[in-house]
Design a protein around this ligand. Structure first.
Ligand SMILES: *Cc1c(COP(=O)(O)O)cnc(C)c1O
Length: 401
């Protein structure tokens, strides 16, 4: 179908109403109550492409749950925040969040192709807050702030703008000599891959290098159509990263998350972050424990390709920025001796070099190729104290001349 491939058609034919929704899925009472009650809720909008991935019968379908509101969205908990990441307080110019020393988050639009039910920026998104009125104050700020070397263009979703408009933003940013790193944060290639056209890729190529951070939450999102879009971006020289929100009942399972990471690598997307779900208002039904996230990280590191292991972070509520949270692999660390466990739970000891305790013993030349001297402990007695040994490591004696 030719029109199916037209992203404007996908946008025009998004599902907004209960009646339209009933045409594609068997709507539950919770869904019906939420869709009917529009006041105070982030708007529903589902591109036909995304709807085609939804299970019409299963209300627990991960694709469906990210797109169809349920009545729990109206529950606001004690610690929920309107602006969970404290972005409004770090905006020197409307739409420009300058929190970290050398980089800014540039919110260029409130629009998205699909409104994710777990949206953390729901205070801004889907309505008009003037983000698109004028970018000139943001450009002026960036021109005057030479410490900024990195601009993350986000929103809303920058890909909701026309190629012409996006090109204009990139033209202005590229005129600012101290901006050395430009990336676009977008979910549109995932929710509506038809947006990734040759024309769009040409804009990215024109301003190369442009990096992209995409938002993926479930392996079902990596469809054949999605792969085509990723191929086009990758073949346009755009490095692709993914950001995943840890969501209860959707991906809070080590096997689901590992599968997602593997699917991403297959389409040349490097997992970048997993986020603990922010305490935004009305999304507590998507939140799970931090421990769940740590267990997922534990199940990834060592058990699969390092490229499939992103960083798990919590965005410090109120404006703390991204704080990494990881399983603890350090058992003890005292007097230059670190005891560690590996991904299998085996214990290893690492001795830091100690002043006065070491000497350089030059390695003799063998076969004409000069080797660098090895650092050897004077009282070296192998690979250290009683570690699990049996993985082919025989201490450094065998490396001595
Ligand atoms: C996430 C974020 C960035 C980018 O952070 P990286 O760790 O460099 O990806 C910049 N500014 C704000 C306000 C952010 O939330």
């Amino acid at each position: 179908m030719e029109e199916w491939e037209d992203w404007h058609w996908q946008l025009r034919n998004r599902i907004y109403t209960l009646d339209q929704l009933k045409e594609v899925i068997r709507v539950t009472p919770e869904e019906e109550a939420a869709v009917s009650r529009t006041q105070g809720r982030l708007v529903m909008a589902i591109p036909p492409y995304w709807a085609s991935l939804m299970d019409p019968e299963d209300p627990h379908c991960p694709i469906r749950r990210q797109a169809v509101p349920v009545s729990e969205e109206f529950n606001i908990r004690e610690h929920d925040l309107r602006d969970p990441c404290g972005e409004d307080g770090d905006m020197p110019v409307h739409g420009l969040v300058h929190r970290y020393p050398d980089r800014v988050l540039f919110l260029v639009t409130e629009q998205c192709a699909m409104y994710c039910r777990h949206c953390t920026r729901r205070r801004l998104v889907g309505a008009n807050h003037g983000l698109m009125n004028s970018y000139e104050p943001a450009f002026e700020y960036l021109r005057n702030h030479k410490e900024v070397r990195d601009v993350l263009i986000s929103g809303g979703d920058p890909l909701m703008m026309t190629d012409v408009r996006l090109d204009k933003i990139l033209v202005e940013l590229r005129k600012i000599p101290h901006l050395e790193f430009i990336r676009i944060g977008s979910r549109t290639p995932v929710t509506m891959p038809q947006r990734v056209t040759e024309e769009f890729c040409a804009v990215l190529k024109k301003h190369k290098p442009i990096w992209m951070s995409l938002h993926f939450c479930h392996p079902k999102e990596v469809s054949g159509r999605l792969k085509t879009a990723m191929d086009m971006l990758a073949e346009s020289g755009v490095p692709l990263g993914s950001q995943t929100v840890l969501l209860k009942g959707i991906n809070d399972d080590p096997e689901v998350m590992k599968k997602l990471m593997h699917e991403l690598l297959k389409v040349r997307v490097r997992p970048y972050y997993i986020y603990q779900c922010d305490p935004a208002q009305g999304i507590s039904h998507f939140r799970t424990s931090v421990e769940t996230g740590i267990k997922i990280m534990e199940a990834l590191r060592g058990h699969t390709s390092g490229y499939a292991v992103p960083t798990f972070v919590i965005d410090g509520p109120g404006g703390g920025g991204k704080i990494p949270v990881a399983p603890n692999y350090v058992i003890s660390y005292e007097n230059g001796v670190m005891t560690l466990r590996n991904f299998r739970g085996e214990i290893y000891t690492y001795h830091e070099p100690q002043a006065g305790e070491e000497a350089f013993i030059p390695v003799l030349q063998t076969g004409g190729s000069a080797k660098r001297p090895h650092r050897v402990r004077k009282n070296g007695n192998g690979n250290g104290s009683g570690t699990a040994n049996g993985n082919g490591f025989h201490g450094f004696q065998e490396y001595l001349p």
